[in-house]
Write a protein that binds this ligand. Structure first.
Ligand code: NAD
Length: 476
């Protein structure tokens, strides 16, 4: 597959390629150009040439084009889901959900087309003012490999509807669905240059986009460490930045929680997408009084999860996405065993079945009575390992839950209103779930506090991240 610049499918200036490998089988799925700085600046030029045309049509006309794309995406959902599974590894059902998520997010922003406009404001001493909202210009996004389609929609949806043009750099190992979605947008009538996709490494293509003096805003999703580098570079050009970074979401299970529901929530919350979700349940705190029963039920649920190639209908959990992540998870669990920092109740190994022998598979793993100093509680565990800690009461649970540098999401499981209120008020996170975990929706803001990032995506306010506000003072 080729990059998409100015409506054309192009090779990299270098003539070099990346291999895209199926993480379940090791097979080559496709190859994509290894973009250069020159490719990044060609994409920025294309976005620059397309800007005046795109910004001058009405938001409703823009919505018409995006709506057409939504229709095509839904028609081609099954084919897109297969492509996503082959490059990313997730089970087909999850891939279909993600493609539907892409469609739903764009549809949501189309619905906001008539909602953003300036105000007319009386000011003291017989004066008036009005405000005007204008697109920023060229915006760029750099995205990770765990949810490439959904995260693409979170970025391009608000940017395009508000009249900006765009350059997207996908993750190096999951660019295929992004490229296909971009070609669908072209087919739906998006003018050439409005959305450009440059494949390539973060260090070369990503940094070129962040440094480009023509790019007015960078929206980044990825690791906190990379986000800091992006913020540093963006500061040089005083660019707007949104950073959606990592998380170490706690799940708190109180003694009055409906345990069956909490078990299902923990299974989905931790093992969806093989644990590679920014808002996955990464630390679980359960009241001592119900811990034994909860852990027994959770263990049974985990043992029932079927690990395998995401293309097979009976797989509940696919492989990790890449070798680096696979190695990290294996080392992390080995470290816990070696230092005796917790008891592995189930999982903890690479599956032995021959069907899993060629991919980056790891068993869904439950580790209980994890020591506070363990890396399992200190690092962002981006894989299928769930550490469980017993706590005496809600105060201890909240204190432990907040003992992290992250602040993306947190959930509290209880039927007691006082517990619920206390959890919602005192947990440090951008999103709090009550008796659920993981659900996100474009209708509401998404983002974190502390090392989990800066700014919010989704919800009507996300448009202001892509609009400049001009004030005009009048004396009448
Ligand atoms: P990553 O930071 O390694 O890479 C993310 C993107 O940044 C990739 O496209 C990569 O090529 C690019 N990149 C790498 N170095 C760069 C540089 N120097 N300059 C510019 N771009 C650069 O992250 P990852 O491993 O792909 O993704 C996993 C991380 O993403 C986890 O920490 C996860 O929690 C986080 N994440 C956060 C959210 C959220 O919304 N908060 C959503 C999904 C994933």
């Amino acid at each position: 597959m080729k990059m998409q610049i100015n409506g054309n499918a192009v090779e990299a200036c270098s003539g070099e390629f990346f291999n895209i490998v199926n993480p379940a089988t090791g097979e080559l799925v496709d190859r994509v150009p290894k973009g250069t700085e020159n490719d990044a600046s060609m994409a920025v030029e294309a976005a620059s040439s397309a800007f005046n045309g795109w910004a001058s049509i009405s938001p409703q006309q823009r919505a018409g084009i995006l709506y057409r794309a939504v229709g095509i995406v839904r028609q081609r959902k099954d084919e897109l889901a297969v492509l996503l599974t082959r490059e990313q590894g997730k089970p087909l059902a999850e891939a279909k959900n993600e493609i539907e998520g892409f469609a739903h997010v764009l549809e949501y922003y189309c619905g906001l087309a008539s909602s953003f406009h300036g105000d007319f404001v009386p000011v003291p001493q017989n004066g008036y003012a009005f405000t005007v909202k204008k697109p920023l210009g060229i915006c760029a996004a750099i995205i990770p490999w765990n949810m490439p389609a959904l995260i693409m929609a979170w970025k391009i949806g608000p940017a395009l509807i508000s009249g900006n043009t765009f350059v997207l750099k996908p993750a190096s190992n999951t660019p295929l669905t992004n490229l296909t979605l971009a070609s669908i947008l072209s087919e739906a009538g998006l003018p050439p240059g409005v959305l450009n996709i440059v494949t390539g490494s973060g260090e070369v293509v990503g940094e070129s986009l962040v440094k480009s003096s023509k790019v007015k805003k960078i929206s980044f999703t990825g690791e906190a460490r990379t986000g800091k580098r992006v913020a540093e570079l963006a500061a040089g050009g005083m660019k707007r930045v949104t950073l959606e970074l990592g998380g170490s979401d706690p799940m708190l299970v109180c003694d009055d929680a409906k345990l069956e529901d909490a078990v299902l929530g923990a299974l989905r919350g931790r093992f969806y997408n093989c644990g590679q979700t920014c808002t996955a349940v990464k630390r679980l705190f359960v009241f001592e009084s119900v811990a034994e029963e909860f852990i027994k039920k959770l263990e049974a649920g985990i043992r029932n999860l079927r690990v395998g190639n995401g293309m097979h209908e009976n797989s509940d959990m696919g492989p990790l996405n890449n070798r680096r992540q696979w190695k990290y998870i294996r080392e992390l669990v080995a470290d816990v065993e070696e230092k005796d920092e917790g008891r592995i109740v189930t999982g903890g190994r690479v599956p032995e079945s021959s069907a899993c022998s060629k991919g980056y598979f790891f068993e869904p793993t439950l580790v209980v009575d994890v020591l506070r100093e363990s890396r399992l509680l200190k690092e962002e565990v981006f894989g299928p390992v769930l550490p469980v800690v017993r706590v005496k009461n809600l105060d201890e649970a909240i204190e432990e839950a907040n003992n992290t540098c992250y602040g993306l999401g947190a959930s509290i499981w209880t039927k007691n209103l006082d517990n619920a209120r206390k959890g919602c008020e005192q947990l440090n996170a951008g999103i709090i779930w009550l008796n659920q975990h993981l659900k996100v929706a474009p209708e509401v803001p998404f983002g974190g506090t502390r090392q989990s990032g800066i700014g919010r995506e989704n919800g009507p306010d996300s448009l202001s991240e892509y609009l400049d506000l001009k004030t005009v003072m009048l004396k009448i």
